[in-house]
Write a protein of this length. Structure first.
Length: 114
């Protein structure tokens, strides 16, 4: 079955960096447009960054210039490099296809605080 396993979150001070990873299984990974999503407390889940099967990328306005999404099809893994983190980036981060599968991973918590 489809499975996503996210990792790399943590507590970081404002201005810091983190690199998230998401390993996928149960799908032909290279064929899918993949995305990183986040959900802050009391808010809906939102798409933050996306990468197509041919490595075209797109970002939510609030993270443009700070976040970079990439993928390694040989490892079936998608990454999110997050720089110049802000407190408003605090959320649980998930990966999934851009057209999401019903199955979501456990996510990885990112907390930006001094």
């Amino acid at each position: 079955q489809v499975q996503f396993v996210e990792s790399g979150g943590g507590l970081v001070q404002p201005g810091g960096s983190l690199r998230l990873s998401c390993a996928a299984s149960g799908i032909i990974f290279s064929s899918y447009n993949m995305g990183w999503y986040r959900q802050a407390p009391g808010k809906e889940r939102e798409l933050v960054a996306a990468i197509t099967s041919v490595d075209m990328t797109n970002y939510r306005d609030s993270v443009k210039g700070r976040f970079t999404i990439s993928r390694d099809n040989t490892k079936k893994t998608v990454y999110l490099q997050m720089n110049v983190l802000k407190p408003e980036d605090t959320a649980v981060y998930y990966c999934n296809s851009v057209t999401p599968f019903r199955s979501w991973g456990q996510g990885t918590q990112v907390t930006v605080s001094s």
